[in-house]
Design a protein around this ligand. Sequence first.
Ligand code: H79
Length: 454
Amino acid sequence: MQDLNVRIPDGIFRRLEEHAKNHNTTPSEAITLLLSHALGSFGQRPAIDPSRGQREGARNDPRLDWWREAKFGMFIHWGLYAIPAGVWQGDEVPGIGEWIMYRAEIPVREYEKLAPEFNPVEFDAAKWVGLAKKAGQKYLVLTTKHHDGFCLFGSKHTAYNIVDGTPFERDVVKELADECRRQGIKMGFYYSQTQDWHHPDGDGNYWDYDASSQDFDSYIHDYVIPQLEELLTKYGPVGLIWFDTPKQITAKQSQDLLDTVYSIQPDCLVCGRLGNGLGDYASAGDNRIPGSLVELDWETPATINDTWGYKTNDHNWKSGADLVRKLVDIVSKGGNYLLNVGPTAEGVIPQPSVERLEEMGAWLDRNGEAIYGTKAGPVQNLDWCRTTAKDGTVYLHVYDWPADGRITLPEIRAKSARVLGGGEALSVSSDGTVVSGPTAAPDPIVTVVALETG
Ligand code: H79
């Protein structure tokens, strides 16, 4: 690092020093960390950090069976940050929308003023859950408390919550949990266990609080655990708790959170971002898809555009076809896809997200057999296709349909073949190595050929 003769602007250097001070690193380590964030998926970090991996023994745990079958979930990032929506005092704040408080170093006393403005009169739990259903998503994970500390549920432990601190006064966690139960979707709660930029003892807010005089252990035991108790007792069965950014949390503290969850709801799953390798399933990095098969239960959380929390000026939407292919790619490698929407401050899921989710749902209506309840397929690492498998059937997800309609199978011998989505049976060569179909791709996004290998 010392050899890198670059001039760092004073403002940024001050930030790095702050960051270093708060994380017990040197400024140059802080630079490395920032660079590794900036490099994102092009960096050398593995897609799944082992500390966010899967606890030993969970791989065969039947508690995860519903989650293994589900494959596709809806992530919802919603909170006060939807009001500024990426713009603070007239200035565009770069980066992910829900980080605006951090990036603009907004003091707690300023940011708090958003709460009395939060009045999402368009919020309709039935609509949101209905969209997840239509998209073919089987579970839903809502930010009950993100890093900014604001709670989307009524809590005895802070007034900084939607029921006590906003004119809306409705408990959206309750409304969504009830609606999920009604519509047969599993409900999960995102809860930021380490970072809390509002709580005086939480992690991350170096602009209001002095880390050296914080009591993080008290924050965990006197605040996080009591809030988890509320979430696990007031809203019926909870499918999973989605912890995030473990950072400084110790193994003991992670274990205490795990014990809290299991003691109240033994069937509730805990995501790998609890930290210290204790989760029920592994969590890939944000928007990261592993290059090949991963022999764990794992999940990629991902955005449709480039932000989690709503931003007025983020229009970089991935196409429906791209999203379907990402789903197929992930499932073919044994993972789940948790795809995010960021509703507006009025409570509306942006129309571009709605359109893409509906497109995915339409594809899943035709091809869901090759996704839900499958396992990673027998053939990996090919450019033109992905495979999934279930009960003696191999599903060949064809990205590039051959112009002559002849598919030479990779390492699979088929007894029979059919195209999913009402397609007719295809002819199979007598040695089971070649399938012949129509010359035009039957499905414009990804065509799935079901091969009976029996
Ligand atoms: O909830 C979503 C994100 O808010 C959260 N995880 C997903 C699911 C998340 N927490 N941390 N990160 C993602 C990594 C954040 C990195 C950055 Fe930054 C935030 C890059 C730019 C702003 C930290 C601050 C690193 C550079 C500045």
